[in-house]
Design a protein. Sequence first.
Length: 350
Amino acid sequence: MIDYRSDNTGRAAPEILEALVRANHDTALGYGADEWTAALQQRFSDLFETAVRVFPVATGTAANALSLAAISPSWGIVYCSEAAHINTSEANAAGFFGGGLKLAPVGGEYGRVVAERLGETLAGVAPGQLHRGQPAAVSVTQASDLGTVYSPAEIRGIAEAAKARGLRLHMDGARFANALARLGCSPAEASWRCGVDIMSFGATKNGGALCDAIVVFAPELADALAVQLRRAGQVWSKMRFASAQLLAYVENGLWLDMARSSNAIAGRIAAGLAGIPGARLTAPVEINEIFLEFPGAVMDALEADGFGFYRRSKTLARFVCRFDATEAEADALLAALRRHLAPAAARAAE
């Protein structure tokens, strides 16, 4: 199979596995009281150019749900894109860990929240209305679940609308590295300097092995979150192995190199699609995800040829490029699309 099903299907980066082996010696205190976890705090503070607290967690779902639980009361409303992973794919984990907090979709385009629409939505909720949930936070996904990227200015606009009503801002950064590789700005410029209070920092989709993280920019959130994490079973006894992975992930810019690689493969495919009739992109290709509309019969043919991808509907498919995908794999997909779509387009024109 040439696998475009997800960036979760790829290998772990060799550098990360080597870091696990290096950490596997002698003894070390558990539950984060080890030298690797201490080094992680300093390394990420340097990376983000401000003092942060970093909490390794097992999954992106845990990072999202527990981050939101840290910034919203149980009666709170968290606003997000309709396409957001927290809204569509996490079995209401945010509501569970948040004791009943509610997710409320806000309109936008290509999976992004638009600041103006957020402002309009918040204006329709008068303060002090005791018969409804209370606005508490906003969550933005960077890059979005349709593969598009917020500019720092767009994040700032959302933060301004949120903070004018006293709301916190969470960033789901499952593909934060891919977004940064696209934007070419620093981690600080794309996060806390735009008003982000807390973020889910993804590694697994981009060559990681077994963990993601929560990065806390607002220090007053950190201590209570630490208790929430313990209660949720998200504090490893052998935390050094989680922290060693995250240290290796960002060492010498590895995370951005891997993101640039997967983005480049997706860009190569997108450029090649321009000359293929019958294939329509439904969102701009800005990171390593491609959303492509074409006939279901062609999907059948691609699968018969050995390509793996996800069908979103009868005519919409998602292709995701891994950090270890190759140009040869991209060219093979383009060749197969040309081979199958040209006859389909000809038949449609008759």
